[in-house]
Ligand binder design. Structure first.
Ligand code: CA
Ligand code: CA
Ligand code: CA
Ligand code: CA
Length: 330
């Protein structure tokens, strides 16, 4: 019985050894550094256990070093290479070479915000090409920073600004001088208005021959003084007047004087320069005699004043006439 008793214990012990592995399966052995452990077809041994072959934490092919791509979040290609999955903000894989990761900074002037976006002479500001700063007389007209300030803006087609061509409106010729259009105007026209750099040029836009606000020259305004209607002709203000006044002096330069002359005086009676004889009065636009004596200009016959007009030997004169030494109206 003693012997059978030993056998019985041995059988029980042997049974326990067989049972234990079958209950714990492979998971247990993963964390047990069992050199004999065989990993699956898609696995490899790293750090004493089995890991997926395509796991960036252990590299993507043979070996166990993690993927390490510059400025990039990596993933594994089906072929087992570490490749760029996503670039870090501010970087890009411009050369399409996964091995060097996202090698290009997008804050650089040659790759500003995107691969190949060349700012030329401009600065790259937070991934955007800044405005091109051009020297005087030149501009970045094609908005291509890479060729810089390619256009001269001192020429008549681009005078002072990219899209600003000098107008030949009423002009024989035109020049661009220091960014300003300078036309040679046709006779009767002038360049009184110079539009801003963002406006279309208008050449010799003003007809100074007949413009009441630019009569004879730019800015020379026909006066309103006692004027019924302003008018400019042949570069002179010839405005019509309110009653009792006339436009006797017509300056061709300097300030206009409007209807400067009263025509109710004996110096300008009814019209410019109509001077009344001595002792005549000016009334209702006519020089009128006042007494018989005012009609007598050493006349041999009779000289009388009748209703403002002289009568010489019975002959009625025009307003403003006297009886002369020949006895006639004159
Ligand atoms: Ca790259
Ligand atoms: Ca340009
Ligand atoms: Ca003009
Ligand atoms: Ca005048």
């Amino acid at each position: 019985m003693r012997v059978s008793s030993w056998i019985s214990v041995a059988v029980i012990t042997a049974a326990a050894v067989v049972v234990l592995p079958s209950g714990c399966t492979q998971d247990f052995s993963r964390f047990d550094s069992d050199p004999e452990q065989v990993c699956g077809a898609t696995e490899k041994r790293c750090g004493g256990g089995c890991v997926a072959k395509l796991d960036v934490r252990y590299g993507c092919g043979e070996g166990c070093s993690p993927c390490d791509l510059a400025n990039a979040d990596a993933t594994c290609s089906p072929e087992g290479a570490c490749i760029v999955r996503l670039c870090e903000s501010g970087f890009a894989d411009c050369d399409n070479d996964d091995a060097n990761g996202c090698e290009t900074s997008l804050l650089s002037a040659r790759n500003c915000g995107a691969c190949g976006n060349d700012c030329g002479v401009a600065e790259c500001e937070a991934g955007v090409c800044g405005a091109v700063t051009c020297p005087e007389g030149r501009a970045d007209c094609d908005e291509d920073a890479s060729n810089g300030c390619e256009q001269s803006i001192g020429v008549t087609q681009h005078c002072g600004a990219c899209d600003r061509a000098c107008s030949r409106e009423h002009a024989d010729d035109v020049a661009c001088v220091a960014g300003e259009c300078v036309p040679e105007c046709d006779f009767g026209y002038d360049d009184c208005h110079q539009p801003g750099l963002d406006e279309e040029d208008d050449g010799c836009e003003t007809r100074t021959a007949s413009d009441v606000d630019n009569c004879g020259e730019c800015g020379r305004r026909c006066s309103d003084l006692r004027v019924a209607a302003r008018s400019c002709a042949n570069r002179v203000c010839n405005s019509t007047c309110t009653p009792g006044f006339a436009n006797c002096t017509r300056p061709t330069s300097g300030q206009d004087d409007g209807c400067e002359t009263s025509i109710t005086t004996t110096q300008n009676c009814g019209s410019c320069g109509n001077v009344c004889p001595m002792a005549f009065t000016c009334s209702q636009g006519q020089c009128r005699c006042s007494t018989d004596a005012s009609c007598d200009n050493d006349t041999p016959g009779s000289a009388v004043c009748m209703m403002g007009r002289c009568m010489c030997d019975g002959m009625l004169c025009n307003f403003g006439q006297r009886c002369g030494q020949d006895g006639q109206c004159g």
